[in-house]
Design a protein around this ligand. Structure first.
Ligand code: HEM
Length: 420
């Protein structure tokens, strides 16, 4: 850590305040534009540390060039002190939430190698068929239900079923998995989590405990009689004798169900808002659904950035893009701000499904932690929207989205829809 920290930013650009994140999207993006214009990057003080460890503050990396450069240099910009929390997490949290996303190589590489078994061509073919079938079934149900909460009835269902199917989790557990992933990524939203910090920590730990217990029980079953699912693949050793320990399995499972659910669901929901607000883009998409659905999914991820940031911590003094950082400094890589960087994207605030090229960093920038589920997420977004636009082409948002109050996930909790 630098001996002298810069003065933290205060006022309306202070990202440590809930007010920053409670703004409507246009206000937030105007604030990002002002932050991108600052050099060196603004320093934020997140205030009281709920875990009682020493507080440090962080630099807000909001430019595409900084997010890309930090991602490609994991030796200097380390994930080991935690990637998903501004504060260093105490040991009991790391038991559940300390998976590979918060590790550096070689530990990270070993885990990623093992879990990549879930993403072999055979596994991918299997889940692609499952995605297609499930998307069709969800739209069958929607046509019967009619107007409803799009998040609950459409967007949430696909990622939840697919990730549970991959792991071999039966549908009797869906409600528990859904409740706990919501709690774990609830941010500061009182709909899901207590406003009392001690109670909130207990809720999050309980969520991790319940999910961990589920996969531990499943792992024991699969060790006795392996099935054609990811848990079976993870608990059996590969040719090099590598396999996950029970603790690694639990925390990886939690990472996967949380990352698999809380991101894709929001991309699918945001798409309904965007296609309602931009009828010209819907018309373009309907004109050539097969040709444009892929680029449209990329633009949805760029424009909305369901994951807002990841953290890195400096392992040494360094200079990046002309700015100096000291060993121990924390930086937050704001993908959502980088995805509107005017030096990379022409007219960045325009939602344009024909944008090409579209070098967004919604799944992370190039580097070892690039989203493991990017391919699956793209499949899910395109499959459900292809079904919707083929069978319910006039579906629209029938009211304002109810946004999640969080600095980390750009979420929509509820969204009324009508079929048109
Ligand atoms: C639209 C949907 C999604 C978005 C926007 C998203 C975004 C991200 C981002 C920004 C990262 C961090 C990249 C970095 O630090 O460099 C990440 C990592 C990760 N994502 Fe996703 N993700 C999505 C869907 C998924 C799905 C469906 C899965 C699971 C099947 C998944 C599993 C993971 C995992 C396991 C990591 C950690 C990879 C590592 O540390 O090596 N994600 N994702």
């Amino acid at each position: 850590m630098a001996d002298v920290q810069p003065s933290p930013l205060t006022g309306e650009l202070d990202m440590s305040q809930n007010e920053f994140w409670a703004r409507p999207p246009a206000g937030r993006h105007a604030a990002y534009a002002r932050l991108r214009a600052m050099s060196p990057p603004a320093f934020m003080d997140p205030g009281e540390n709920p875990f009682g460890t020493e507080e440090r503050g962080y630099y807000a990396l909001v430019r595409h060039a900084d997010v890309s450069e930090a991602s490609r240099n994991p030796g200097v910009f380390s994930s080991a002190a935690g990637a998903t929390s501004i504060f260093d997490l105490p040991a009991e949290f790391n038991e559940y939430f300390g998976s590979m996303i918060s590790m550096d190589d070689p530990r990270h590489a070993r885990l990623r190698r093992i879990v990549s078994r879930g993403f072999t061509p055979k596994m991918i073919r299997k889940f692609e068929e499952d995605v297609q079938r499930t998307a069709a079934a969800i739209v069958d149900d929607l046509l019967e239900t009619g107007s409803c909460d799009f998040v609950q009835e459409v967007a949430a269902r696909l990622p939840l079923k697919i990730i549970c199917d991959m792991m071999g989790i039966g549908d009797e557990h869906y409600a528990m998995v859904f409740r706990n992933t919501n709690i774990i990524l609830s941010g500061a939203d009182p709909e899901f989590i207590s406003e009392n910090i001690v109670e909130a920590q207990t809720q999050i730990l309980n969520g991790g405990f319940e999910l961990g217990a589920l996969v531990t029980a499943l792992a024991e079953e699969r060790m006795a009689s392996p099935a054609d699912d990811l848990v079976s693949a993870l608990v059996s050793a590969n040719i090099d004798g590598e396999q996950l320990t029970p603790a690694e399995l639990a925390s990886f499972f939690i990472l996967l169900v949380v990352a698999g659910n809380e991101t894709t669901r929001n991309a699918i929901s945001h798409a309904l808002v965007l296609l309602t607000e931009h009828p010209d883009q819907r018309a373009l998409l309907l004109e050539d659904l097969d040709g444009r659905i892929g680029p449209a999914a990329e633009e949805i991820v760029r424009y909305t950035s369901p994951v807002i940031w990841m953290r890195r911590t400096l392992t040494q003094d360094t200079v990046m893009n002309g700015n100096a950082y000291a060993k121990g400094d924390k930086v937050l890589l704001f993908y959502q701000a980088a995805n509107r960087d005017e030096s990379v994207f022409a007219d960045p605030d325009r939602f344009d499904i024909t944008r090409s090229p579209n070098p967004h960093v919604g799944f992370g920038a190039a580097g070892p932690h690039f989203c493991l589920g990017a391919h699956l997420a793209r499949r899910e977004i395109t499959a459900v929207w292809r079904e919707l636009l083929t069978r319910v082409p006039n579906i629209r948002a029938a009211g304002e989205p109810d946004y999640l109050l969080s600095s980390f996930i750009n979420g929509i909790k509820h969204l009324p829809c009508e079929l048109g």
